[in-house]
Ligand binder design. Structure first.
Ligand code: COA
Length: 288
C-alpha cells in the first residue's frame, strides 16, 4: 500500500555554513526524498546548486514535494516514481534522471520501511518486507546508478542507516538486521568501486525531530525525556542531517569512504541511565 500524502515544508531562514554554489552543476538522485529527512537532504543540496530527482512510490506526494522544493530554492527538482524493490522501476527512474539532467553525481539511499514489532509477533512476510525495501532497495539503486553512470564518472553514494544494530534495540530486529546489512554493503562497495572514483558512506541518524520515524518510534516519550538520554542533550534536526550529507557529497570528504557517521549526539553509546548514574556517583563522591 502506498504511503499517505503529507505536505512537507522547507526550512525557514536558512543560514549557509558552506559556499552556496558548492554543489553547483551536480545532480542528486534521492530515494525517499518525498518526505522526512530525505526531503530536507534534497532541500539542502538544492540550496547549494544541486539539481535533484526525488524518488518514491507515491507520485502525488513526490510532485507536491518537488514543487515545494523548487519554489523554495529556485533549483530544478524532478519527481520519479519507483519502488526500490523492483529493479525495472529503478532502471526507469535512473534513465529518467539521465534524460532530464544528463548526469548523476550523488545517490542518497533513504527509502526505508519501519514499524515497531517484537520478534515473537513478526510474520515471515513482515521481516522479509523490510529486508527487501532496505537492503535490496539500497543494492538495486546503487547498482543501477553505478552501471549506468557512476562507473564512468565517479560520484558519491550515501546510505541512510540507523543505530538499531549497534545494540539489540527492542522491537527493531527487522530494521537493525537490514541496516547492519547496508553498512556492510557500503564497505564492499567502497572497496570495489573506489578505483572508479566512487565513495560510499553511511549516515546513521539518532532521533531527529519532525520526522515520521521520530513520531513512530518514540512511542509517546516526551522530547525532554529523550534529551535526558542524549549525551549532548539535543535532539537532531533535519537540517543537521542534510548538512552532514552535503559535507559528504563534497570534495572536503574526499578521504571518507566505507564508514558510517553516527549523527546521534552520542545516544547510541548511552544506555539511558547515564545521567542518573552520574548523579548517584557525584552524590557518593561528595560524601567521601
Ligand atoms: N507490525 C507488524 N507487522 C507489520 C506492521 C506492523 N506495524 N506493518 C506492516 N507489517 C507487516 C504486514 O502485516 C505484512 O506482513 P503479512 O503479509 O504477514 O501480514 C508485511 O509487513 C508487509 O506489509 P505491507 O504494508 O503489506 O507492505 P508494503 O510493502 O506495502 O509496506 C511498509 C511496507 C514497511 C513500507 C509499510 O508497513 C509502511 O507503510 N510502514 C510505515 C512507513 C514507514 O515505514 N516509514 C519509515 C519510518 S522510519
Amino acid at each position: 500500500m502506498a504511503s499517505k500524502v503529507v505536505t512537507e515544508t522547507c526550512l525557514e531562514d536558512y543560514r549557509y555554513s558552506f559556499r552556496s554554489d558548492i554543489l553547483s552543476g551536480k545532480v542528486a538522485f534521492i530515494t525517499g526524498g518525498g518526505s522526512g529527512i530525505c526531503f530536507t537532504i534534497a532541500e539542502v543540496f538544492m540550496r547549494h546548486g544541486c539539481r535533484t530527482v526525488i524518488v518514491g512510490r507515491n507520485m502525488e506526494k513526490l510532485k507536491k514535494s518537488s514543487e515545494t522544493l523548487t519554489k523554495a530554492t529556485g533549483v530544478k527538482c524532478f519527481p520519479a516514481q519507483a519502488d526500490v524493490r523492483k529493479p525495472l522501476e529503478v532502471i526507469a527512474a535512473v534513465e529518467k534522471c539521465l534524460q532530464e539532467f544528463g548526469r548523476l553525481d550523488i545517490v542518497v539511499n533513504g527509502a526505508a520501511g519501519n514499524f515497531l514489532c517484537p520478534l515473537e509477533d513478526m510474520s515471515f512476510n513482515a521481516f522479509k518486507t523490510i529486508q527487501e525495501i532496505d537492503i535490496l532497495g539500497t543494492y538495486n539503486v546503487s547498482k543501477v546508478a553505478f552501471d549506468k553512470y557512476l562507473k564512468d564518472h565517479g560520484g558519491v553514494i550515501i546510505h541512510i542507516t540507523a543505530l538499531l544494530h549497534l545494540r539489540g534495540t527492542l522491537l527493531q530486529a527487522h530494521v537493525g538486521v537490514a541496516k547492519a546489512g547496508i553498512e556492510t554493503l557500503s564497505k564492499h562497495q567502497a572497496v570495489e568501486w573506489g578505483p572508479k572514483g566512487v565513495r560510499v558512506m553511511c549516515v546513521a541518524p539518532g532521533p531527529v525531530e519532525a520526522t515520521e520515524g521520530y513520531n513512530r518510534l518514540t512511542m509517546g516519550v516526551s522530547a525532554d525525556q529523550i534529551r535526558q538520554i542524549i549525551p549532548i542533550g539535543q535532539i537532531g534536526t533535519r537540517q543537521e542531517m542534510g548538512e552532514i550529507c552535503l559535507f559528504l557529497a563534497t570534495d572536503m570528504a574526499g578521504q571518507l569512504t566505507g564508514s558510517t557517521i553516527y549523527a546521534d549526539g552520542g545516544i547510541w553509546m548511552a544506555n539511558g541511565n547515564e545521567r542518573e548514574q552520574m548523579q548517584s556517583y557525584k552524590q557518593w563522591r561528595s560524601k567521601l
